[in-house]
Write a new protein. Structure first.
Length: 633
């Protein structure tokens, strides 16, 4: 049976309409995922709506939102217009005629040229908006206006005939157009093909079932696998971490972008969805592989080579699988496939090393925080003798030596990061800054209530007075470190429920230091908006360092962390390299800037203010420590 069209000229308007229909059929599901992800992340930033929060959310997620807006604009407006003007499209507008026979179809162009292909090359026929869209096995489309057929029923009959032929399964490996009976069969087929690809068995592009449904199913399967594996890693009671969805979604988004750019670089943009299906099938299998490897106990010691190989080998295996996948999906040669692999790794893999990551589940710290009910009366009456004993244990000043005394103040009881931080800092200062025997910490936490005096405003005043009695006011220096939450109103949170404690303000802190009679002061404050304390503390004999400017937030108040962001940068990194507090501030500020930028956070903009007189005293302390104290790793 032969079906023949009249000679026709495809109109540019029809061509653009056909391209929009083709692009929509291929990208609708991915666009829906992208917009859902953009909406989720945007809403997640807006805990409470305000114009400031909206601006911050747009600033953090503008690349994703920009992609969500630009992609539809490009695919449905700009790209069809560009394609309609390309030299490859001009023969369609000059006129052509098509003949469809049992074994082949022929396209005769007005300039006398023609194209002849076997009938089996037609994979699918779609009738839409007065057009007949014929998809070939190359991924390209023949666009035929229905007006080109003399018989109005001919396009419908031809489409039905082509689709019947394409759906008939051939012997051997079925073509990808022969869709399995159910999506689950297609999913099983894609996973089986991915396993053969990973095991370096023979596999062809047609062994994968390509559709947006399969891309969605494989993406959902990978997410469920990550969900289950993170739960197992958490061990015991676990709490769901909603922010982990963002980490997983970022990985999927990078995969989609990288797959599209690889397909475009190989001039096979029409195979993007097939490549995405292949990648997601491989990812689901490798997710299990890496989870099994993480469960292997590494008791061979840090110097053993095999634990390192245990993690490097699967990564090399994954890269080799991606390389084979590119060759299979795009029929690419060795050289183009290698370059495409480099492009894919640069876009989909390398950024993951710099982006912040969050697990979908984390160990439930509620049990760790649980403690016997706080006996307020016992805590209250225990403070004076406990603080007196700690002060009595402090060593006196050494004549002729610039001694450094340290007082840590962890004022917020409901997050353990503050308690951990002052403990780590005390240990660091004892070893590197010679404060052993001249260091005291005040902590609000139930786990330490009988060991450390609580961090209250009253205890802070008493501790400063007690330290001042052991210092030589003419030569010794006090390093006071306060870590807690801060508010834009200039308050440092002092909280230990059920104790009703007074909050700390900058004038309160200045009054406590003046009343104690401590002359040389280094005051470091890690809290949001802590820069608001600087003006009240300014003094010729004072160095003030804050984790944030008066109108900025600081970061790192996570129950699982050992330090706040600023505490880690300043103490655990910078002060291991130098004895100069000013130099350490410069190092820490640069570290914070890079970390906040990598995580998409607003800059905290730490502040340093130094009086003229204290610089010389700190130089003398630095010189002594440089010649007497060991370097720490």
């Amino acid at each position: 049976m032969t079906t023949e069209t009249q000679s026709f000229q495809l109109r540019p308007k029809e061509f653009r309409r056909a391209l929009r229909r083709i692009y929509w059929s291929r990208t609708a599901a991915l666009l829906a995922i992208l917009w859902a992800l953009a909406a989720y992340l945007l809403i997640g930033e807006l805990d409470v709506f305000s114009w400031q929060a909206l601006g911050r959310a747009l600033a953090v997620w503008y690349p994703l939102l920009g992609l969500a807006l630009f992609w539809p604009l490009w695919m449905f407006l700009l790209q069809p217009a560009i394609a309609a003007r390309s030299p490859a499209s001009r023969p369609l507008f000059r006129g052509c005629r098509l003949r469809f026979e049992d074994q082949e179809f022929v396209v005769d162009f007005a300039d006398g040229s023609y194209s002849r292909r076997p009938g089996s090359a037609l994979r699918k026929a779609t009738l839409t908006d007065g057009l007949l869209l014929l998809e070939q096995d190359t991924g390209q489309f023949l666009i035929v206006p229905q007006r080109a057929f003399a018989d109005p029923q001919a396009p419908r009959e031809l489409a039905a005939s082509i689709n019947r032929r394409a759906s008939a399964a051939a012997p051997g490996a079925p073509p990808s157009s022969a869709s399995p009976a159910t999506p689950w069969q297609g999913l099983r087929r894609n996973l089986a093909a991915a396993v053969r690809l990973m095991l370096f068995r023979q596999v062809a592009r047609d062994d994968f079932t390509v559709s947006t449904d399969q891309a969605l199913l494989l993406g959902l399967l990978s997410f469920l696998l990550y969900l289950g594996m993170d739960y197992l890693r958490a061990a015991g009671d676990a709490t769901f971490n909603e922010y982990g969805i963002g980490s997983v979604a970022a990985g999927f988004l990078l995969t989609l972008i990288a797959a599209y750019l690889v397909a475009r670089s190989l001039k096979r943009g029409e195979r993007t969805i097939g490549f995405v299906v292949l990648l997601l099938a491989v990812e689901a299998i490798f997710a299990v592989v890496f989870a099994v490897i993480e469960m292997v106990p590494l008791d061979a010691g840090e110097e053993a080579a095999w634990p390192q190989a245990l993690f490097v080998a699967p990564l090399v295996w994954l890269l080799a699988t991606w390389y084979r996948g590119i060759k299979v999906a795009f029929s690419a040669g060795k050289g183009p496939a290698a370059l495409a692999l480099l492009l894919y790794v640069a876009i989909a893999l390398i950024p993951l090393w710099f982006l912040p990551t969050s697990e979908l589940w984390y160990a439930d710290y509620a049990a760790e925080q649980e403690a016997p009910r706080l006996n307020v009366e016992e805590v209250f009456y225990a403070q004076q003798p406990l603080l007196a004993s700690r002060l009595a244990a402090l060593e006196p000043e050494r004549p002729g030596t610039v001694d450094l005394y340290h007082l840590g103040f962890a004022a917020y009881a409901h997050q353990q990061v503050f308690r951990r931080e002052v403990s780590h800092i005390q240990s660091l200062l004892d070893q590197r800054f010679d404060t052993r025997g001249r260091s005291l910490v005040l902590v609000n936490h139930q786990a330490t209530v009988g060991f450390y005096p609580i961090a209250s405003k009253s205890n802070l005043l008493l501790a400063l007075r007690g330290i001042a009695q052991r210092m030589n006011p003419d030569e010794d220096v006090l390093l006071l470190y306060l870590t807690s939450h801060g508010s834009s109103e200039g308050l440092l949170s002092v909280d230990f429920w059920p104790l009703d404690l007074n909050q700390l303000t900058a004038p309160d802190l200045r009054s406590a230091l003046d009343a104690a009679g401590i002359r040389w002061r280094v005051v470091v404050i890690s809290a949001c908006y802590s820069g608001s304390f600087v003006d009240a503390l300014k003094d010729e004999h004072t160095l003030v360092i804050t984790a944030a400017s008066p109108d900025r937030q600081s970061f790192g108040c996570d129950n699982r962390s050992q330090y706040t962001y600023f505490g880690e940068a300043f103490f655990d990194h910078a002060l291991r390299q130098t004895f100069s507090f000013a130099e350490a501030f410069t190092i820490a500020k640069d570290l914070l800037r890079k970390r906040e930028q990598a995580e998409g956070r607003d800059p905290s903009e730490p502040v340093l203010w130094s009086g003229a007189a204290i610089r010389g005293q700190l130089d003398r302390l630095q010189e002594r420590l440089r010649t007497t104290r060991p370097a720490l790793p």
